[in-house]
Design a protein. Structure first.
Length: 328
């Protein structure tokens, strides 16, 4: 399918991760014309494998998406590599603009742009992110079972993370990072044998690209095999301001509010995956996408049916005078 402004697709999907591709699969199998525009930076790109995904546990993240793309293309969908910089218009005529030029028109839009993990500004965290620096026990807990896990206190979620990771290992070290630990949390840590390490963390100690420990402001290095952080998770929403989509604040970041089908409240616009649900893992993001795809198709069926009924009525009205003219 050529990229031409005058072609009006049924759906443009912005973002080709698990959510966007799953929606596109549902929609192409429903014989809808679908274009996915994807900037190619899925959230879990630094990770070695996708864990907890039924029947595909441990699959390489890039391979999963390559397979998904091939399935979408196999049903006639189109994938465009690039970044959407703006969206405008209203249903059934949205215009999506790509950075560097190129416009696409669509009757419906699905936002599947994921989120940005804003990491704590501790040297070494970004470099080791997704490998030795982790956030989600369901993604990586098994891989660090019985290892020395350090939890870097960066917000209210950090205590919860320490308690969770304790399920996978009895060697959890809580780095208070200059802050305190509330007495009730201290009691829980003491009961579970979670060590509290005071002092400010100045950097992660890394040798040969592997984490060796956490360096404190008194130059001590506390040995750990993995560090857990709680990033602020911010939905990628800004390019949709022109169609009335705004972020909703959340204690852990921000997201795009929607009903359980992914409908945003803006006619013709749905959202799926991490952009709507900060806690969605790959399976949940894919399920969200499939559900949103089905609801978008149903919405298009309604519009197509209404148009068919209107066309038929206008045809009957045009014909009727001629027929009645012959009735004696
Ligand atoms: C380090 C790490 C490890 C993880 N490990 C696991 C795991 O083991 N198991 C698991 O189930 N989950 C894991 N997750 C969670 C997983 O990454 C998410 O559940 C999943 O990526 C959400 O899918 P999504 O489609 O919503 O977003 P994403 O996968 O982030 O995809 C969004 C896509 O949209 C594109 N995009 C964004 N903005 C634009 C734009 N303006 N124009 C065009 N394209 C755009 C992005 O480039 C990206 O390709 C992990 C997360 C992290 C951070």
């Amino acid at each position: 399918m050529a990229e031409q402004a005058e072609i009006v697709r049924d759906v443009v999907v912005v973002g080709g991760g698990a959510a966007g591709l799953s929606a596109a699969l549902t929609l192409t199998r429903a014989r809808r014309s679908v274009t996915v525009v994807d900037a190619g930076a899925p959230r879990n790109a630094p990770a070695a494998g996708v864990h907890g995904l039924l029947a595909l546990d441990g699959v390489d993240p890039a391979e999963l998406l390559a397979r998904g793309r091939a399935e979408v293309v196999g049903y006639g969908g189109e994938i465009i590599e690039g970044e959407v910089s703006d969206a405008s218009g209203t249903a059934p005529d949205f215009v999506v603009t790509r950075r560097g030029g190129g416009r696409l028109r669509a009757r419906r839009l699905l936002i599947a742009t994921g989120l940005v993990d804003e990491l704590p500004a501790v040297p070494g965290v970004r470099e080791q992110w997704g490998r030795d620096v982790l956030h989600c026990p369901y993604c990586h807990g098994w891989e660090v079972r019985d290892h020395r896990v350090g939890v870097l206190a960066t917000g209210p979620l950090s205590v919860h993370q320490a308690l969770l990771f304790r399920q996978w290992t009895d060697d959890v070290r809580f780095f208070a990072h200059g802050g305190g630990v509330a007495p009730e949390d201290r009691a829980k840590f003491d009961a579970l044998g979670i060590a509290v390490i005071t002092g400010e963390v100045v950097e992660l100690a890394v040798e040969g690209d592997r984490l060796r420990g956490v360096r404190l402001d008194d130059d001590r290095v506390v040995a750990v095999d993995a560090v857990v952080v709680a990033p602020r998770m911010v939905a990628r929403v800004e390019v949709f301001a022109g169609i009335g989509i705004q972020p909703t604040e959340h204690p852990m970041g921000s997201y795009i509010a929607a009903d359980p089908t992914g409908f945003t409240g803006v006619p013709g616009v749905w959202v799926a995956g991490n952009a709507a649900d900060l806690s969605a893992q790959v399976s949940a993001a894919a399920a969200d996408g499939a559900r949103a795809g089905a609801h978008i198709n149903a919405d298009l069926v309604t519009e197509d049916t209404d148009r068919a009924v209107a066309d038929r009525l206008s045809t009957e009205h045009r014909v009727e005078p001629a027929i009645t003219g012959h009735i004696p």
